[in-house]
Design a binder for this molecule. Structure first.
Ligand code: CDP
Ligand code: MG
Length: 763
């Protein structure tokens, strides 16, 4: 969700201090312990629909009898026809055959690792198996199933609500950042791993849960990795009754088993068909062109079957869909009268920021006599299963997070995928019958250039937010935390340093009051700092809007064929001091125009993004109210109004500041990177000093979302960081030193005056 943050550098004093008294000693081998669970499980019901089941000791047969019954034991309502149709399909899934084996395993051992082919039924079925066995609703507990991706959490929860014949948000719900679709009825909750981490902050023991399922563990996101470390510890020390299931799609099961104290492994054999893999004979200069060409070739020449194309991001995917539709229409209209006409082509996009009802379109049937093409990011690699795919087009790239701790730049870069990911992609073609996978790279390149496995995100990300969360979870000793793959010390150090500069932790690495407040907000530390400082600058309302707008995708639409019009529309919202203030203008105009979608399109604004910005804003303002930060606003007619806003933003992003050089270039202040203002900026002044939100690495380095600031503010908001002695030599340092000196002189004069006034009084 965050497209990149930039931090400037300074040496770090804390890592050496991180105390050696480990707060998370290695866990005893609890998986083999037999635990008396009677106290934590609900008593066996003697009446009601579940009568006869002994929680924690049920069989598949018992549960299936109830699933086959007339009324839904969870709601008391008669089962619908739709329910029965879906149930029949569920019974054919590969996991069904192993329901008893799974139950026996989890009844015997606290932790279980489960591995299975994508589409075998792990995500949708396993949580339900547990629900029928533990009956957590009988003693007010829940089952959580975590997902690395928001899209998957939402989409899978909806599917499972249908499977259980309940309303989404009632017995089955989901919880993702900025959206909670659960109620006091909820017993099964799909959630992002990040949300479960947040809950762990308020309730270290996760006492509301009877079982936790970590899904898509092979994805190895930072949040998943942290969660695994915490849960391993929690299971061993404080929650011997908590059941933990770790599910993964691919090979690495042994590594998970080992990490979880040799937990037993359940392998669900996939029901897959052979997939024939084709490579291009020579490297393709342009993978997007090659992907479109290949897709059209499949469409024109191959037997029926849907196509899945992997691309890297929203714009690329929407562009590809448009072009595929156009080409297919052309192909049909150009077909000779006597030749067979190629069928219609339904091109549907899939990426995480797509609104849910549009995501559902990937499950639509192909048009009569034609075929469906799903153009997706790597969400379709493992998280979502699309039935009916026979052809896969794999250009070999995905957008991946890259972090350079030295210059503190985190960015999403289009990078080659790993061999494991390529195999996973190919596997998508063999779900319903034998399939074909077209790799748009050479076989030699697969062998030599692709890494066997993708590096875990932990090793390539900025950890600022995560470290703050860990500290708030009471994990002081980060160096000895039981990471599956420990992050580079430099990365940890950078994170601690950032938090120290923001005032979130002391020099000894202890969380401060500011740090505790910051951890309450589900946004990056720089943003939470802005919100915490906002009342002081009398701009809470404005800061909420700006932070919300920066935490949703880009609101400005810029269709390829309407660039000029779009730019003109955008210029109407411009603010001479920069992009953040323009975002504020956009939001105000949106409210002023009654959130009218027509108004949005006429102004080249994305109404969906604005709607989610409003939602994010509401959530953030609730947090502010909850922690007692006043919601105040300044007088927009005063000149100082915008200064206060800009100054407040500087208090969060003072580490992302650049100073103008000659020729439109800028230099980042702390690490001397030459950068350009991103062409999308609306900054109208020739600002000498600017703060920026994003560092974009392409052939040139750009800074995006930029606002003019005064260098003097840096001395106010971060005096030790901007102590001129700590700033690298150059014009920036000279400016700061001059301002510091002027201020010192002014202060000396002031002091003397005051002193004189006092002596005069005494005389
Ligand atoms: O987690 P895993 O990849 O093992 O499979 P799953 O997500 O539980 O999906 C099992 C099956 O449920 C899929 O093959 C689909 O047939 C079906 N399903 C569906 O029809 N619609 C969804 N939104 C999710 C799953
Ligand atoms: Mg799954």
């Amino acid at each position: 969700e965050f497209e990149g943050d930039v931090y400037t550098s300074n040496p770090n004093p804390y890592l050496a201090h991180a105390s050696s008294s480990s707060s998370l000693a290695s866990a005893p081998s609890s998986s083999k312990m037999r635990i008396n669970m009677d106290a934590s499980l609900p008593p066996a019901p003697t009446s009601g629909p579940f009568a006869g089941l002994i929680p924690g000791q049920t069989t598949a047969k018992q549960a299936m009898a109830l699933e086959d019954g007339h009324a839904n034991p969870f709601t008391g309502r008669a089962f619908t026809k739709r329910y029965r149709d879906i149930l029949a399909k569920r019974r054919e899934l590969p996991v069904t055959a192993q329901r008893d084996e799974f139950l026996a395993m989890i009844q015997r051992s606290q932790m279980v690792v489960l591995e299975g082919e994508t589409g075998s039924g792990k995500t949708t079925q396993i949580p339900q198996y547990l629900l029928w066995d533990l009956l957590p609703h009988l003693n007010g507990k829940m089952i959580a199933c975590t997902q690395p991706r928001r899209v998957a959490a939402m989409s899978v929860a909806k599917r499972v609500a249908e499977e259980m014949d309940v309303e989404i948000g009632a017995e089955v719900g989901y919880s993702i950042r900025f959206e909670d679709c659960t109620s006091n009825k909820t017993v099964l909750k799909y959630m992002t791993d990040g949300m479960l981490l947040r809950e762990a902050m308020m309730d270290h023991d996760l006492s509301r849960y009877a079982a936790i399922i970590i899904d898509e563990a092979h994805d190895r996101t930072v949040q998943t990795d942290i969660l695994m470390g915490l849960l391993k510890d929690l299971c061993a020390k404080r929650r011997p009754d908590l059941k933990l299931i770790v599910m993964s799609a691919t090979l690495d099961a042994e590594k998970f088993q080992k990490y979880f104290n040799d937990a037993p492994l359940l392998s669900v054999p996939g029901r897959t068909f052979p997939v024939e893999v084709f490579y291009t004979p020579k490297p393709e200069p342009d993978y997007l062109e090659a992907a479109i060409k290949t897709t059209m070739l499949i469409h024109a020449t191959q037997p029926p079957g849907d196509i899945l194309v992997f691309l890297t991001g929203e714009d690329e995917i929407e562009d590809a869909c448009r072009r595929l539709r156009g080409e297919a229409d052309r192909l049909r209209s150009r077909a000779a009268h006597d030749a067979p006409k190629p069928g219609p082509l339904l091109a549907v996009p899939l990426y995480s920021s797509l609104p849910p009802h549009q995501q559902q379109r990937i499950f639509d049937a192909a048009p009569e006599g034609g075929r469906k093409v799903v153009v997706s990011t790597n969400i379709a690699e493992t998280s979502l299963t699309i039935d009916g795919i026979v052809y896969v087009v794999d250009p070999g790239f995905s957008k991946q997070k890259v972090y350079n701790p030295r210059i503190r730049v985190e960015s999403l870069l289009v990078s080659p995928i790993s061999q494991a990911a390529a195999r996973q992609r190919a596997g998508r073609a063999g779900r319903t019958r034998p399939g074909k996978c077209f790799r748009l790279y050479t076989e030699e390149s697969f062998d030599k250039d692709l890494l066997p496995q993708t590096y875990p995100e932990m090793l390539r990300t900025n950890l600022g937010n995560i470290v703050l969360q860990l500290l708030n979870l009471g994990v002081q000793d980060l160096v000895h935390f039981d990471f599956m793959d420990p992050p580079a010390p430099e990365t940890l150090m950078r994170a601690l340093e950032l938090l120290n500069f923001l005032g979130a932790i002391t020099d000894d690495g202890e969380l401060t009051r500011t740090g505790q407040l910051m951890a309450e907000f589900p946004v990056d530390p720089e943003f939470s700092k802005m919100l915490i400082e906002a009342p002081h600058y009398k701009c809470s309302m404005e800061m909420l809007t700006i932070v919300a707008m920066l935490n949703v995708p880009n609101v400005f639409l810029r269709p390829n064929d309407r660039k000029k019009e779009a730019d003109a529309a955008k210029a109407e919202f411009a603010h001479k001091d920069g992009d953040h203030l323009a975002l504020l203008n956009v939001y105000h105009a949106y409210l002023h125009n009654q959130r009218d979608a027509k108004w949005c399109s006429a102004n080249y604004l994305n109404p969906r993004t604005l709607k989610s910005a409003e939602n994010v804003r509401t959530q953030l303002s609730r947090v502010m109210t909850r922690v007692g930060l006043p919601l105040v606003s300044g007088d927009a007619s005063k000149k100082a109004y915008y200064d206060q806003i800009r100054k407040c933003m500087t208090s969060g992003f003072f580490m992302q500041v650049a100073r103008a050089e000659r020729g439109g270039k800028y230099t980042t202040v702390m690490d001397n990177q030459t950068v350009f203002l991103h062409p999308s900026t609306c900054l109208l002044t020739n600002a000498e000093w600017v703060m920026y939100n994003e560092f974009v690495m392409t052939s040139n380095h750009y800074i995006r979302t930029v606002t003019a600031i005064e260098p003097g503010w840096l001395l106010d908001v971060a005096p030790s960081y901007y102590d001129p002695k700590a700033v690298p030599e150059g014009p920036a340092r000279d400016d700061l030193a001059r301002i510091a000196k002027t201020r010192a002189v002014a202060k000396a004069i002031e002091d003397r005056k005051n002193k004189k006034a006092r002596t005069d009084e005494e005389d």
